[in-house]
Design a protein around this ligand. Structure first.
Ligand code: GAR
Length: 221
C-alpha cells in the first residue's frame, strides 16, 4: 500500500497533529509526516513535531504582503519536503487558489462542527450560542471558500446541559482525533474519490467500503 507523504499545517496546540503522529507511530496510519508548517512561532504544535523528530518550519503570514505570496512560500516549502497531501490541523488561515491549485483535492481540513453549520472561527461557541443539541466535526476537502469544500466524513457530538465552550470543544476534539486519522487512512487505502456531476452541482465525495457517518451505529469499520 502506498504511504501518504503528509504536510501538516498548524497554528496552535496541535492535538490533531499529535493524533496523526501517534497513529503513524502505532502503525494504524500508513503515512509519513514530511513537514509541519506553522504560521505562528512558538506554538505547542511545533514542539510536538520536534519531539517526534519531524522537520518544522515557521512562515509567518505577517511577513508577506498578500495572501498569494504567503501561499507561494507555503507551497515551495511543502514541495521541497516531498509532500503530496496536505492536512490543515487547526490552521487558521484561508488558502487561495495559488495553494489549492498546487494540491488539487489533496488538502484536507478538520472543522469542529457539522458543516455547513457553524463555519469559520470558534464553531463550538457558535453551536452553544445557537442552542443546537447535536454538533460534531467534519473532515472535508478544502476549496477556496471558508469551510465549504466537499465533505468526506462527519461525526456527531451531543451538546450536554451545562456545557461551556471549553467542555464542548474538548468533547468534539476527541472525535476530531479519531475522525481525522480514520479519513487519512481511507485516503491511504485509496477509498476516497471526488465525483463531479455534469449538472454543475457540488462535487461529492465517494468513500469505498466504509461509512462516512462516523461514530454511530451506521459506521462499518
Ligand atoms: C480544532 O478544534 C480544529 O477543528 C479547529 O481548531 C482546533 C485545533 O486544535 N480548526 C478550526 O476551527 C478551523 N476552522 P488542535 O491545534 O489541538 O489540533
Amino acid at each position: 500500500m502506498p504511504t501518504l507523504d503528509l504536510g501538516v499545517l498548524v497554528s496552535g496546540t496541535g492535538t490533531n497533529l499529535q493524533a496523526i503522529i501517534d497513529a503513524v507511530g502505532g502503525g494504524t496510519l500508513d503515512a509519513r509526516v514530511r513537514l509541519v508548517l506553522s504560521n505562528k512561532p512558538g506554538v505547542a504544535a511545533l514542539q510536538r513535531a520536534a519531539a517526534a523528530g519531524i522537520p518544522t518550519q515557521v512562515l509567518s503570514h505577517k511577513s508577506f504582503p498578500q495572501r498569494e505570496s504567503f501561499d507561494r512560500a507555503l507551497v515551495a516549502a511543502l514541495r521541497e519536503a516531498g509532500v503530496t497531501w496536505v492536512v490543515l490541523a487547526g490552521f487558521m488561515r484561508i488558502l487561495t487558489p495559488v495553494f489549492l491549485d498546487a494540491f488539487p483535492m489533496r488538502v484536507v481540513n478538520i472543522h469542529p462542527a457539522l458543516l455547513p453549520a457553524f463555519a469559520g472561527v470558534d464553531a463550538q461557541a457558535q453551536a452553544l450560542a445557537y442552542g443546537v443539541r447535536i454538533t460534531g466535526c467534519t473532515v472535508h476537502f478544502v476549496d477556496s471558500g471558508t469551510d465549504t469544500g466537499p465533505i468526506i466524513a462527519q461525526a456527531p457530538v451531543p451538546v450536554l446541559p451545562g456545557d461551556t465552550r471549553d467542555s464542548l470543544a474538548h468533547r468534539i476534539l476527541e472525535r476530531e482525533h479519531e475522525s481525522l486519522v480514520t479519513v487519512l487512512q481511507w485516503i491511504a487505502e485509496d477509498r476516497v474519490s471526488v465525483v463531479r456531476s455534469s449538472t454543475g452541482s457540488r462535487p461529492r465525495v465517494v468513500v469505498k467500503g466504509r461509512s462516512p457517518l462516523l461514530g454511530t451505529s451506521a459506521e462499518a469499520r
